[in-house]
Design a protein around this ligand. Structure first.
Ligand SMILES: O=P(O)(O)O[C@H]1O[C@H](CO)[C@@H](O)[C@H]1O
Ligand SMILES: O=c1cc[nH]c(=O)[nH]1
Length: 235
């Protein structure tokens, strides 16, 4: 047991998928895992462990935002020995050419969070994905014909921005989309010497204001989860 997870030692696999939404964790376990067993219900942050194509894998909800996600990621690494952590989330596109339902692989993550200012002071740390996981995920997505973009994302602490056009500064430097956790995940992975990747589905568009329906989101979420599972488990 850790402070926020009730799993027994050894009950969580070395490879863990990390959706923000705990109900997406349940959907992943019920749809993709063989013999899923629930390993956490503390705070309603559902977690499950099972197998995928015969290999042991877990999924754990993280909640929204870097502070919540870093609690779960820290405990998974330190208390349960997890070594491969793949976030599977939604994002809002900053770029006209990155459409709703497309996949985004976060090669790196900018942030407006203070987490790394506290650590590094005036020096900047660049939170990046594990290259092997990133390459494998890209290859799998290409093989399956999923429209996929690779690049920088913005891990913001503020879903609702005071200036709704403020994202354009980031967009002009090529940042692809906004989400809220990748920079925290990548920073912890670097600190602990483990592997991490963030795979996202574009759920809405900050330029065109387009949104996906719940049904469409379900379908493209499944593409993202297939890519994440096969990249992590070598399928
Ligand atoms: O769909 P998830 O994984 O929760 O990710 C995105 O959605 C939430 C905001 O609605 C934030 O957590 C953001 O990162
Ligand atoms: O964090 C997020 C997730 C989806 N869409 C956004 O605009 N932001």
């Amino acid at each position: 047991m850790s402070v926020h997870l009730s799993a027994e030692p050894g009950q969580i696999a070395e490879t863990v998928l990390l959706p923000g939404d705990p109900l997406r964790a349940r959907h992943i376990a019920e749809t993709f895992f063989e013999n899923p067993v629930q390993h956490n219900t503390v705070r309603g942050m559902l977690g499950y462990t099972g197998t995928y194509k015969g290999q042991r894998v877990s999924v754990q909800g993280t909640g929204m935002g870097i502070p919540s996600a870093m609690i779960y990621v820290s405990e998974l690494i330190r208390d349960y020995g997890c070594r491969k952590l793949i976030r599977v989330g939604t994002c809002g596109s900053y770029q006209e050419g990155v459409h709703v339902r497309d996949l985004v692989l976060a090669q790196a993550a900018c942030t407006d969070s203070n987490i790394n200012n506290v650590r590094f002071g005036p020096r900047n740390f660049a939170p990046i994905a594990d290259f092997g996981l990133l390459l494998r995920a890209y290859q799998i997505a290409q093989e399956r014909g999923f429209t996929t973009h690779v690049g920088n994302v913005m891990s913001t602490d503020s879903f609702y921005q005071d200036d709704p056009r403020g994202f354009r500064d980031w967009a002009s430097f090529g940042v692809l989309a906004a989400e809220m956790e990748a920079a925290g995940l990548y920073t912890l992975a670097a600190q602990h010497g483990v592997r991490a990747l963030t795979v996202l589905t574009v759920s809405d568009h900050l330029v065109t204001r387009e949104e996906t329906t719940a049904e469409e989101r379900q379908q493209t979420f499944n593409q993202m989860i297939e890519v994440a599972l096969d990249a992590a488990l070598g399928g």
